[in-house]
Write a protein that binds this ligand. Structure first.
Ligand code: PBG
Length: 322
C-alpha cells in the first residue's frame, strides 16, 4: 500500500520528506498546511502533543487523524519528550552533524575584522561565536536558509552581514554548500543534539512501515545526545552542544554547556560498549549530563529557561511555504 508522507511546503521540509519517500519506495507526499489550528480536525488537545511548535503540531495532528501515515522531522527541532500515540520508528543514517561558516568573499571566522557582524538565532551558536571571537557583533536572524544566505554581503547595509553559521546538513539537502567558507570541527564546535539526523514518525504500533530506514549507529548516537538534553532538563534552544559516535563497537559521547555570553564552558566525555548495557545510549547520556551538573552546568547556563523554544532556537525553515 502506498504510504502517505505528510510534509510542510518549505524547501527544507520537501527535501527531507522527498528523501524519505525515495527510500521507502511506494510513497507519496501530502502537503500539510502550517496555518491555522487543526485541533478540532484531529480531536486531539494541543497540550497532549507536548508543547511543540505549531509546525510539528500540525503534522502530528494530521498523522494522528489518519490523514497521513508518516511524517519526517529534523530531529534537532523535536523536543525530547515523546508524543502520545506516536513513535519515532526510524532514524535514517545521519548526515554531516557539523556547522558551516559562510563568510563574505570566503572569509573564515578567525580572519574576520573586529566589529564584523555575524548572524545566528541560536543561543548555542551565539555563545560559540562569542567564545572564539569576543570582538565581533552577533546579530539575531530568522528566516529560511536562502533568506539567511542572501544577507551575507547584501547591498542593503541594514541587512548586510559579514557571515552566518548554518548546519551543513540543511545546506547539503538544499544543494547550497557552495558559499561555505569553513566547516567548523565538532571537537571545537559541538553542534545541537541530533543535528544532521532525521526522525521518521508514525502512529504507535506501525513502526514496521518504516523500520527499514533505521540506522542503528545513528539512532544510538542521537539518543545519547538527546538524553543529555533531557537529563539536564534543557530545551532544544539551550546553549548545549553534544556529539556521539559509534566507532569500533564503542559509543563515545561528548557534550559542552556554554554560558550565554560564551566566556565559560564545561565539557564532559564518556564512552561505553553498547552491549554492556540494556539501554546504552540513555545510560551514557545520563552519565555525561551528571558529570556536567557536578561541574556546575546548572549555574553556568539557563538550561530550562529556553525550553519553550525549539529547533536549536533557530527556526531556519522560517515556517514559510517557500
Ligand atoms: N535550526 C533549524 C534547522 N533545523 C534543521 C536544520 C537543518 C539541519 C539538520 O537537520 O540538523 C536547520 C538549519 C540550521 O540549523 O542551520
Amino acid at each position: 500500500m502506498t504510504l502517505r508522507i505528510g510534509t510542510r511546503g518549505s524547501a527544507l521540509a520537501l527535501a527531507q520528506s522527498g528523501q524519505v519517500a525515495t527510500r521507502l519506495g511506494d510513497a507519496q507526499l501530502v502537503p500539510i498546511s502550517s496555518e491555522g489550528d487543526r485541533t478540532q480536525a484531529a480531536g486531539t488537545p494541543l497540550a497532549q502533543l507536548g508543547g511543540t511548535g505549531v509546525f510539528v503540531t500540525n503534522l502530528r495532528q494530521a498523522l494522528l487523524a489518519g490523514e497521513v501515515d508518516v511524517i519526517v522531522h529534523s530531529l534537532k527541532d523535536l523536543p525530547t519528550a515523546p508524543a502520545e500515540g506516536l513513535e519515532i520508528a526510524a532514524i535514517p543514517k545521519r548526515a554531516d552533524a557539523r556547522d558551516a561558516f559562510i563568510g563574505r568573499d570566503g572569509v573564515k571566522l578567525a580572519d574576520l575584522p573586529a566589529g564584523a557582524r555575524v548572524g545566528t538565532g541560536s543561543p548555542r551558536r551565539r555563545a560559540q561565536l562569542a567564545s572564539v571571537r569576543p570582538d565581533i557583533e552577533v546579530v539575531d536572524i530568522r528566516g529560511n536558509i536562502d533568506t539567511r544566505l542572501a544577507r551575507v554581503g547584501a547591498d542593503d547595509p541594514e541587512r548586510n552581514l559579514d557571515a552566518i553559521v548554518l548546519a551543513v546538513a540543511g545546506l547539503e539537502r538544499l544543494d547550497r554548500l557552495h558559499p561555505v567558507s569553513e566547516l567548523l570541527s565538532i571537537s571545537d564546535w559541538p553542534t545541537a543534539p541530533g543535528q544532521g539526523a532525521l526522525a521518521v514518525e508514525v502512529r504507535a504500533g506501525e513502526g514496521h512501515k518504516v523500520a527499514k530506514l533505521d540506522h542503528r549507529p545513528s539512532r544510538l548516537a542521537v539518543e545519547a545526545e538527546r538524553t543529555v538534553l533531557a537529563a539536564l532538563e534543557a530545551g532544544c534552544a539551550a546553549p548545549v552542544g553534544a556529539h556521539a559516535i559509534l566507532e569500533d563497537g564503542l559509543l563515545f559521547l561528548s557534550a559542552r554547556v556554554y554560558s550565554l555570553d560564551g566566556t565559560q564552558h564545561l565539557t564532559a566525555s564518556h564512552a561505553a560498549y553498547p552491549e554492556d548495557e540494556k539501554d546504552p545510549a540513555a545510560v551514557l547520556g545520563r552519565l555525561v549530563a551528571e558529570d556536567l551538573l557536578e561541574q556546575g552546568a546548572a549555574d553556568l547556563a539557563p538550561l530550562g529557561a529556553s525550553g519553550a523554544l525549539h529547533g536549536d532556537g533557530d527556526i531556519a525553515d522560517g515556517g514559510s511555504a517557500s
